[in-house]
Design a binder for this molecule. Structure first.
Ligand SMILES: *Cc1c(COP(=O)(O)O)cnc(C)c1O
Length: 366
């Protein structure tokens, strides 16, 4: 490998974060969410590393489950959007799948499939809409659905919902009312329940039911904004660190500009470092001047536009800097959430948009 632009993924940190979340909810089972290539961290590697410590994996889409199977992952996999096409159901047993059913079309496919109720036992989750209004049956249909399809509602069936505001600090927000509305409708019915994502697991004890669906916090990024984050202890361990090398250094006179569109003008004589990573690698093109990176133990500001394969930083204030030095775009020394905040996005997006061109290097492989 010659290009030194690299994302290191610390698998032992994933495991530590997982254990931390599990310690908050010792009575819950763990659904490890590995959709979107484990948020860019590598679904196969992450799944292999944690499979002995979780109860089930979850992905968004059928194709994501198939990829895990092709790489020898054998735990059941929950498809959180359910089948997108009827034929996917035919692979249920062969691929050991669990379906989150969220609409009537999927229910029809299920009842028309060749799968018997016995074959589907422990393979069905039903999603209810408790207020997010994105996916799920209306909560007031719960009793009717259960009566209409008694063959799909066994004690192994899981009833799930998803919270809109689990990650917000304000105390009087919707999460609590969503949880209550959901529990009022389904709690006493003897089914498995699943409400919590990472944020809810960390912040809302009532949301910790039979199964918690853990994603972002396992990957070391806090789901909370900084104010709320301060209340969460102990802190999560960093998993992903993105680094690239300085491939050019030049001094430019005061008043000269840097990069496409000449959007940044040097307010003083400046030392400019060109770093070998760009928007083709998933670094957002709309990152503004001033977005931080970390180099030689100091923070440096991005200046000028993000190019396809390069970034430019003002390194005038560094004590020492040379071509071939490493720049950390985010990771162990610079929180992905801080960088995301400058760019107007969230850690989830920065992680998941890292492109395939960036090689992943795994630490902590057992
Ligand atoms: C992605 C996802 C999760 C995981 O959420 P995090 O915030 O990453 O913990 C949980 N549940 C559903 C339905 C999801 O789509």
């Amino acid at each position: 490998m010659s290009r030194q632009t690299i994302a290191t993924v610390d698998l032992s940190a994933v495991e530590s974060n997982l254990h931390l979340l599990q310690s908050l909810a010792p009575n819950s089972k763990t659904v490890a969410v590995v959709k979107a290539d484990a948020y860019g961290n590598g679904a196969v590697q992450v799944a292999k590393h944690i499979q002995a410590h979780v109860d089930i994996f979850a992905v968004a889409l059928f194709d994501e489950a198939r990829e895990l199977r092709e790489h020898g992952i054998s735990l059941p996999i929950l498809i959180m959007q359910g089948p997108h096409e009827e034929h996917e159901l035919a692979q249920t047993i062969h691929l050991n799948l669990v379906w989150m059913i969220h609409n009537d079309l999927q229910l029809n496919w299920l009842s028309e499939s060749k799968l018997s109720a016995a074959e589907l036992d422990a393979r069905l989750w039903f999603k209810f809409d408790s207020g997010m209004h994105r996916l799920g049956f209306a909560l007031n249909r719960f009793s009717a659905l259960k009566n209409q399809y008694p063959q799909y509602f066994s004690t192994n069936t899981v009833i799930a919902t998803h919270l809109a505001c689990a990650d917000e600090a304000a105390p009087a927000h919707d999460a609590q009312s969503q949880i209550t509305a959901f529990l009022d409708e389904v709690q006493t019915q003897g089914f498995g329940l699943s409400i919590a994502n990472s944020a809810a697991t960390m912040a809302h004890s009532l949301s910790r039911q039979h199964y918690n669906r853990l994603g972002i916090a396992m990957y070391g990024s806090s789901p909370f904004d900084s104010a709320a984050q301060a209340k969460i202890t102990p802190p999560l361990q960093n998993v992903l660190t993105l680094r690239a090398k300085i491939i050019a250094l030049r001094t430019i006179p005061k008043g000269d500009t840097v990069g496409y569109g000449a959007t940044w003008r040097a307010p003083r004589e400046s030392l400019i470092a060109t770093v070998a990573i760009g928007y083709a690698d998933g670094y957002p093109r709309h990152a503004p001047t001033g977005t931080p990176a970390f180099c030689n133990n100091q923070i440096i500001p991005l200046v000028g536009r993000v190019s396809m394969d390069m970034l430019t930083f003002d390194v005038s204030d560094l004590d020492e800097v040379n071509v071939d030095d490493n720049v950390e775009l985010w990771g162990a020394n610079l929180s992905i959430n801080d960088v995301a905040q400058h760019i107007g996005t969230i850690g989830y997006e920065l992680m998941t948009r890292l492109s395939a061109r960036v090689p992943r290097q795994y630490l902590g492989i057992k």
